[in-house]
Design a protein around this ligand. Structure first.
Ligand code: PGA
Length: 257
């Protein structure tokens, strides 16, 4: 479903990487290249302690800031958690929810991911909802059942209208950090399925919702992936830590607008 209304988005997911010195170099490089990203939106999702550094380093640029997680609670006795209003306080626009590492390593289930999605929106953040199947699930031809269930968990609790101000990122678990990228056709087929799943409830929102692909996106494969009809950009892990690679990926998105 190609829709000229959908702008491209490239979001870097730094995961648990970084140091003040390394961040500064990376942020400055991205900021100074941002004028060449055309109409493509670029964002960096940094670890919590570096939000203020990133907010300051990116001030005055079009590069947006995001977090990699958010509490489902707005405030209270939740030791170690970080809330949506706190992320807004540091200028965040986006919050990743339901990344596969959160789901598999930290036991986040669909219900909790849906609560985080809603908490992000309550705080005025745009959630980037991650969905994706494992290799075993793909081999058993369960990809659509798995990503469909993960997406419906949001549709059933937040309602389809909530997707008008959200981003969905399809990240096959077998492609994350493995160097093994989904082929553009494989990714497109899942994106098309996800958009159809939204369209069952609202065709206009389905046509509008931004859908990213994530999993070993590199400068060499970004252009082809972003050229697919239902792929509106990428969620970038490893390559977002290398300034020249991340910048090249943002430029690839700009070229595919
Ligand atoms: P990767 O990570 O680009 O390193 O595969 C993507 C992600 O986990 O968001």
């Amino acid at each position: 479903m190609r829709d000229q209304m959908r702008a491209k988005l490239v979001a870097g997911n730094w995961k648990m990487h970084g140091s003040r010195a390394a961040n500064q170099r990376l942020l400055e490089a991205v900021k100074s290249a941002a004028a060449e990203f055309g109409g493509a939106q670029c964002a960096v999702c940094v670890p919590f302690p570096y939000l203020e550094q990133a907010q300051n380093a990116l001030a005055g640029s079009a590069v947006a800031l995001g977090a990699q997680n958010v509490s489902e609670h707005d405030s209270g006795a939740y030791t170690g958690e970080v809330s949506g209003p706190m992320l807004r306080d540091f200028g965040c626009r986006y919050a990743i929810v339901g990344h596969s590492e959160r789901r598999t390593l930290f036991g986040e289930r669909d219900g909790q991911v849906a609560a985080k999605f809603q908490a992000a929106q309550r705080a005025g953040l745009i959630p980037i909802l991650c969905v994706g199947e494992t290799l075993a699930e793909r081999d058993k031809a369960e990809t659509e059942a798995v990503v469909g269930r993960q997406l419906r968990a949001i549709l059933d609790t937040a309602g389809v209208r909530a997707l008008a101000d959200a981003v969905v990122a399809y990240e096959p678990v077998w492609a994350i950090g493995t160097g093994r990228t989904a082929t553009p056709a494989q990714a497109q087929s899942v994106h098309e399925f996800l958009r159809r799943t939204v369209a069952e409830r609202d065709t206009e929102i389905a046509a509008r919702v931004t859908m990213l692909y994530g999993g070993s996106v590199k400068p060499a494969n970004a252009g082809e992936l972003f050229g697919m009809a239902d792929i509106d950009g990428g969620l970038i892990g490893g390559a977002s830590l290398v300034a020249e690679d991340f910048i090249a990926i943002c430029k690839a998105a700009a070229a595919r607008r």
